[in-house]
Design a protein around this ligand. Sequence first.
Ligand code: NAD
Length: 501
Amino acid sequence: MADLARIDHWIDGERTSLSSTRRADVYNPATGQATGWVALAELADVDAAVASARAAFETWGETSIAKRTQVLFRYRELLDANRMELAAMISAEHGKVLADAAGEVGRGLEVVEFACGVGHILQSPFTESVSTNVDAYTIRQPVGVVAGITPFNFPAMVPMWMFPVALACGNTFILKPSEKDPTVSLAMAELLTDAGLPDGVFNVLQGDAVSVNGLLEHPGVDAVSFVGSTPIAKHIHRTATEHGKRVQALGGAKNHMIVLPDADMGQAADAAVSAGYGSAGERCMAISVVVAVGDVADRLIPEITSRIDDLKIGPGLSEDPMDMGALVTGDHRDRVANYIDMGVSEGATLVADGRGLSVDGHPDGYWLGATLFDNVTTDMKIYEDEIFGPVLCVVRCDSYDDALQMINDSPFGNGTAIFTNDGGAARHFRHHVKAGMVGINVPIPVPMAYHSFGGWKDSLFGDTHVHGSEGIKFYTRNKAVTERWPDPHDRGVNLGFPTMD
Ligand code: NAD
């Protein structure tokens, strides 16, 4: 067996194992073989990362906007040049197909481009003469040291929802990536250093709950951005808030797509299959429930199954490009397969069964085929829980009003979509649906970097969404200044009470 790659931390501009003695194996999901091991930080390592970021903040926070954005612009160029290399790293540890991995690097790159324009966004309002010879204005200053804690499913894009904006605003950053696919975090750290970022401004702390909780409780951390599952997001929000930090914690999802009878069934089926099974359903914006209104199910399901039959499933790095890769770990594949068992015992109709899929030449990969359930009802576990795998549930519904109510009753509120040619229905849906991101004939409505990304209800804890104007708001603090420069012609003592004349 080949030597396992060692995946360290990145502190003060270099790879280091610090004092970590614990480690976790990292696997290639297409082969089921361990390919490396990642160091798991101890509390002393958290101290070292925070000390590095705090020291770097003293100068980075004072560095001009022009110099900060020059570094980010060079990083953008390096990211673009290395896009496919990064995508291959992601695919090798996550399992998603290469084109999908390249797509996530591209979406992260868009946030870097947005952050390069931070000078325009940080312009502050200025009001002249709020009183005689008195002007007032607002400035935005960096928060300080930011910790970013990220999930396995987008190991490059989700960190880039955070750190380009945080760094552009003058903060320093500690990334705690997922321990399941940590390699690309080090590659991004190296590219930032190559782009001229000073040591200590961006650090990577590899680890598990020990490092996360250490960061949440550390007095040297000022703000926490988290993306992951809902139970952990709640824990992050509660703990970081208790420790006096600013926190945004994005959680899990169960995204519904309504299909109205007037929709084009071919386009709706394309969308349901792409959004349901892309990245093996391991996307927080994946569609996991199709709400089929009226007679839609009987027309839509044959369209979906014919597309499922054509899906090519195999290694993400295969020379013959695949549509869908393996799931991230064996445990996760088994958990998703258990949900399929559960759906059958709950009485849903199993239309396409992904269990037991084998892929030639890859007997130990974490495979699961595209799975489709019909006649799912809202009291079933397969409807209630976030499964996070290639399992699409069709719920039949009599009316648009019932479909809307179903979405609004869901505890999650990340993304949602409606497929229709009825502009009035689409407008009503856009206005009344309780979710943070809405697609109208768009199944995965991930906003561009200059809009902000985030959900409602149990899909986000905290006040602000990520990137766009909300990201800038999260990573800066407001300071209102009232300033008096007396007119040189005004002279004389006045003992009266100061008034706004
Ligand atoms: P996860 O919650 O298991 O892990 C996320 C991060 O939290 C990781 O860095 C992990 O090391 C850490 N963590 C895990 N358990 C912890 C604990 N007990 N205490 C402290 N830290 C802990 O999520 P995941 O499985 O890596 O990612 C999938 C989840 O992320 C799904 O629920 C998905 O919907 C969600 N997600 C949400 C969004 C969004 O924008 N809302 C985006 C991507 C993923």
